[in-house]
Every structure is written in structure tokens, then in C-alpha cells.
Design a protein around this ligand. Structure first.
Ligand code: PEP
Length: 252
């Protein structure tokens, strides 16, 4: 079945609130001029989610948070929760980004808990997986992806996982300018699709698998043309409206 491409911008720890709303407005304006069949989402810092959602209220562009706690509320200084994100206007949540895994102790077990909270509150989860360069070079690509996928999805029924989005992001390609070849991306995506099939059966054909890692206007078209690449999670290139819009335009 046809999967609608999902192009998501991860703004990471960049942009003031004013800069965020200006970028969101520029993205919305660009899409109004060149409509797309793809689904488009931007993920600003938590501080900018509500104003960006207000800016995009009349636009098809969705808003996501980059991270949220699995608990709804409590004594968790510095955290935001899924219900708070939703109330602020977010419809998506990135879970388990490699930067969270690398710097903030994110594990497959905490990804699993965050996924449960996202599904409970009706946020579309974008679960990030991907191998380091050392793991790839040691021939452990499939083992790592299997551990991450099975760990993230443990305990859910297929029906519960219907809204799931996976982002395959080889760690060595994130923010480095080194992009996976189309063959590397397709091979990993097809493998992940097979893992999904083992977990959720035929629903695997409906779950979108985004590629992430140095996606730019000049490489997006070839990556997005791969049969199992259903969109992109874009970091650096999502910070410029023209670049992000060019990537959106590259989606089939
Ligand atoms: C990301 O942040 O998920 C990412 C893929 O970043 P970049 O596009 O900058 O490599």
C-alpha cells in the first residue's frame, strides 16, 4: 500500500522563539505556494512549540516535540510531558534520538516507556534507531537494529502500533555531512520493514520508515525514491526554509 511520505524538521537546540515562528511562517508560506502530497512537520524547542503551533494553525504543517517524559506529571524538574506537549499544540513526538541516547542516557527501555505514553496520549511517535560507525564496521548493523526495534516495540499489540513512525538514522550520518548511500539506506530500511513484519504482521506495510542523517536538497530525491524510504527526519537542513522546502519538494 502507498505510504504518505513524512518530512520532519528537527530544529534541535537552535532558534529563539521569534526565530522559530519566523521559520515556521516561511515554511507554511512556501508550502502554500507549492503544495505537496507529503506530510510535513517541524519540531522546535519545547519553548517554541506553542507559538509555532499558533503560527501554523491555518497551515497543514504539523508540530512535534523533540522529546518528552513518559510520566504525565510529577517531580521531574526540567522535563515536559506528553499531555503538556499535546496541550501546547504538538501532534508528534520524536523518541530516542541518537543525541538523547548519547548524551542523556536514553535506552531501549526508556524508549519503550516513552512510546507507551505517546500512544496513550494520541501523539504520533517518531522512534529513532540507528547504528554507530563502530557497530556498522564490526558487522553488527542488523543485530543493533533488531535490538532497538524489538526493545522499543515490546509489549504492544499491532493495532496499538498503527500510528508508529520509525526514523532510521545511522549515527555516523547525523550532522556529519556524510550521508548513507541510497543502497545502504534501502538495505537498512528493508531490514527494518522485515523486523516490523515479525512484530506487527501486515501492518508493517503501512508503517512509515524515515531516513535521517545529513539529508540535503541535493541528496533528498534519490534517498526518497527508495522503495522503503518513506520520508526524512532532517536536522541541519531544516533550519533554512528554502532547503527544507526543497527536501519536501523532493518527496514523491
Ligand atoms: C537529526 O537530527 O535527526 C539529523 C538527521 O540531523 P542532520 O540532518 O543534521 O544530520
Amino acid at each position: 500500500m502507498a505510504r504518505r511520505p513524512l518530512i520532519a524538521g528537527n530544529w534541535k537546540l537552535h532558534l529563539t522563539v521569534a526565530e522559530s515562528t519566523a521559520l515556521a511562517a516561511a515554511v507554511a508560506q512556501g508550502l502554500a505556494q507549492s503544495p505537496t502530497a507529503a506530510e510535513v512537520v517541524v519540531c522546535p524547542t519545547a519553548l517554541a512549540v506553542a507559538p509555532v503551533a499558533a503560527t501554523l494553525a491555518q497551515s497543514p504543517v504539523g508540530v512535534g516535540v523533540q522529546h518528552a517524559h513518559w510520566e504525565d506529571k510529577g517531580a521531574f524538574t526540567g522535563e515536559i510531558s506528553m499531555p503538556l506537549a499535546k496541550a501546547a499544540g504538538a501532534r508528534f513526538v520524536i523518541i530516542g534520538h541518537s543525541e538523547r541516547r548519547q548524551y542523556f542516557g536514553e535506552s531501549d527501555a526508556t524508549v519503550n516507556k516513552r512510546l507507551a505514553a505517546a500512544l496513550k496520549h494520541g501523539l504520533t511517535p517518531i522512534v529513532c534507531i540507528g547504528e554507530t560507525l563502530e557497530e556498522r564496521q564490526a558487522g553488527r548493523l542488523q543485530e543493533v537494529l533488531e535490538r532497538q526495534v524489538r526493545g522499543a516495540l515490546a509489549g504492544f499489540t499491532a493495532e496499538q502500533l498503527r500510528p508508529l513512525v520509525i526514523a532510521y538514522e545511522p549515527v555516523w550520518a547525523i550532522g556529519t555531512g556524510v550521508v548513507a548511500t541510497t543502497a545502504q539506506a534501502q538495505e537498512a530500511h528493508a531490514f527494518v520493514r522485515g523486523l516490523l513484519r515479525a512484530v506487527v504482521g501486515d501492518l508493517a506495510d503501512e508503517i512509515r520508515i524515515q531516513y535521517g542523517g545529513s539529508v540535503k536538497p541535493d541528496n533528498a530525491r534519490d534517498l526518497l525514491a527508495q522503495p522503503d524510504v518513506d520520508g526524512a527526519l532532517v536536522g541541519g537542513a531544516s533550519l533554512k526554509a528554502a532547503d527544507f522546502l526543497a527536501i519536501v519538494a523532493a518527496a514523491r
